[in-house]
Design a protein. Structure first.
Length: 164
């Protein structure tokens, strides 16, 4: 078997974690614990962080743009002369709520995906190459995503209930 190649069991399917640990089916990957494998694992970990932070940036842009649209069009009639009116005055509010909702939803989905991938990278099959500790090193990105989700939910609620 080639190192790094997925191994299929006798049935042609990859084994579950309990089957691999029990020794009833060969592991998906043969890990030797070399420096190259550690740096490959570390690069995967950093790519996961970069991807999660890109999701956070996108979600913040959606939330802030949605809130800005609503605020701008709420104050527009006060700035204009009395003659000009929007053809559909509720459309900016609906668009803003949709953008904020998509931003919060994308933060929730990407946070869930991030946690699943971190759990996978720190699973027992990778302990030989993951590092010295058995617990994943925490980064502030997940906390930032949670805080931004709360801010987004507050912005959504304030617009939905006409508080802003």
């Amino acid at each position: 078997m080639v190192v790094g190649q997925p191994s299929q069991g006798v049935s042609g399917r990859a084994g579950t974690e309990s089957e691999i640990l029990a020794g009833t089916i060969p592991p998906r990957f043969v890990i030797t614990g070399s420096v190259n494998e550690h740096f490959g694992w570390y690069n995967s970990r950093q790519a996961l962080e970069r991807t999660f932070m890109a999701w956070i940036r996108t979600a913040v842009s959606l939330i802030s743009f949605g809130f800005t649209i609503v605020q701008f069009f709420q104050r527009l009639p006060k700035m204009e002369e009395a003659g000009a009116r929007l053809p559909s005055p509720g459309a900016p509010r609906i668009l803003g709520l949709a953008l904020i909702g998509v931003g919060v939803l994308s933060l929730a989905i990407s946070s869930w995906q991030y946690r699943r991938q971190i759990a996978y990278l720190w699973s027992p099959q990778f302990t030989a190459i993951a590092g010295l500790t058995e617990h994943p090193h925490r980064t502030p990105a997940l906390l930032a995503a949670l805080v931004l989700m709360l801010i987004g939910l507050f912005a959504f609620g304030s617009i939905f209930f006409h508080l802003a």
